[in-house]
Design a protein around this ligand. Structure first.
Ligand SMILES: Cc1cc2nc3c(=O)[nH]c(=O)nc-3n(C[C@H](O)[C@H](O)[C@H](O)COP(=O)(O)OP(=O)(O)OC[C@H]3O[C@@H](n4cnc5c(N)ncnc54)[C@H](O)[C@@H]3O)c2cc1C
Length: 293
């Protein structure tokens, strides 16, 4: 009998995580679970706790670098149809954690609801966006959140108002809990104007960084207070630097691109080199925005 007895139908063993991350890198997860509803998810986290199995939730892996050795624990993906619910009611949008975030942005605009156009061009799921408080120059998701439905590590459900979510620069206090879904407070507005702004923000973003289809995890480092990480890396003369199959993007120095032959270790080596060079040229310590598993 295994520790996940009864949950075999939603478990894959030694699943290659490279297939589940934007980087397309990383070794296997010892177990990959795809729960089909809240009850299965609750049972799973309770079993993990009882058996002291470490676990992580993975969205689209657009902000995660998985090591070549993989993750020796349970990875949970909310990719079953249950987690794909998106509904609109008046000026509110409810999106379950597994919904593609760009889809929420597009469909909100289709419903004549504005606010999310400021978050154009951010790949990933709703769960990942809430956890990371995804955003950019023109705002972040936390500003539009009314409340978040969460599951605790004990498998209990609760609804947390935005004010209690600890939203900050690419951070929240989701830590250790699971985002089940989010209610966003949007506004009625001029759909055409919002679409135009969406296109403008998208074009502005992707004129200065690698295409969304490139293998990356977005910005590698957070911007230190008063500085742009990309500029510090550029000033350290690192644009275009390669380690194995990983390269500091010549287009935007805060992106590390994975070429076909790249390993996760190549990316980690470039991260270490970048931190060391920026420290020595500017005295500034760069902090990773991407998560390494
Ligand atoms: C080309 C490109 C451009 C990007 N541009 C931006 C940008 O402009 N702004 C920005 O903020 N980010 C950007 N990113 C990073 C990334 O898109 C965001 O961080 C996104 O929100 C990650 O979503 P995900 O579903 O892929 O999360 P993942 O990368 O899978 O996970 C990220 C974190 O969220 C956690 N998580 C995921 N789902 C859940 C859940 N249901 N419950 C609890 N925790 C969960 C994971 O455990 C992990 O800690 C970019 C990435 C790429 C590749």
């Amino acid at each position: 009998m295994t520790w996940f007895n009864g949950l075999e139908a939603i478990c894959q063993t030694d699943a290659r995580l490279a297939e589940h991350t934007w980087y397309g890198l990383g070794g296997p997860a010892r177990w990959l679970f795809t729960p089909r509803n809240e009850a299965e998810l609750a049972a799973l986290v309770q079993r993990c706790a009882a058996a002291s199995i470490p676990w992580r939730v993975l969205g689209r892996g657009a902000n995660v670098l998985v090591r070549d050795t993989g993750f020796d624990g349970a990875v949970i993906k909310l990719s079953a149809p249950f987690w794909d619910e998106l509904r609109f009611e008046d000026t509110l949008a409810y999106a379950a954690a597994g919904v593609d975030f760009p889809r929420v942005v597009r469909q909100s605009l289709d419903h004549g609801l504005v606010g999310l156009e400021n978050l154009a061009g951010i790949p990933g799921t709703v769960g990942g966006a809430v956890r990371m408080n995804a955003g950019g120059h023109y705002g972040c998701i936390g500003e539009l959140v009314r409340d978040v439905r969460l599951m605790t590590t004990a498998g209990q459900l609760l609804t947390c108002p935005a004010a209690e979510m600890g939203f900050g620069y690419r951070t929240s206090n989701v830590n250790g809990r699971i985002v089940i879904g989010v209610t966003l407070q949007l506004q009625r507005g001029d759909r055409e104007a919002a679409m135009a702004r969406f296109r403008q923000i998208w074009n502005e973003k992707y004129a200065h960084q690698p295409p969304v289809s490139a293998r990356s995890a977005g910005c590698v480092f957070k911007n230190p207070p008063g500085h742009a990480a990309g500029r510090l890396i550029d000033e350290a003369g690192l644009k275009g630097t390669r380690r194995g199959g990983a390269e500091i993007s010549p287009q935007h120095a805060n992106f590390i691109i994975a070429h076909p032959e790249a390993t996760a270790q190549d990316v980690l080596d470039l991260i270490a080199l970048t931190r060391e060079r920026v420290r020595s040229t500017s005295g500034i310590e760069l902090e990773c925005e991407i998560e390494t598993w």
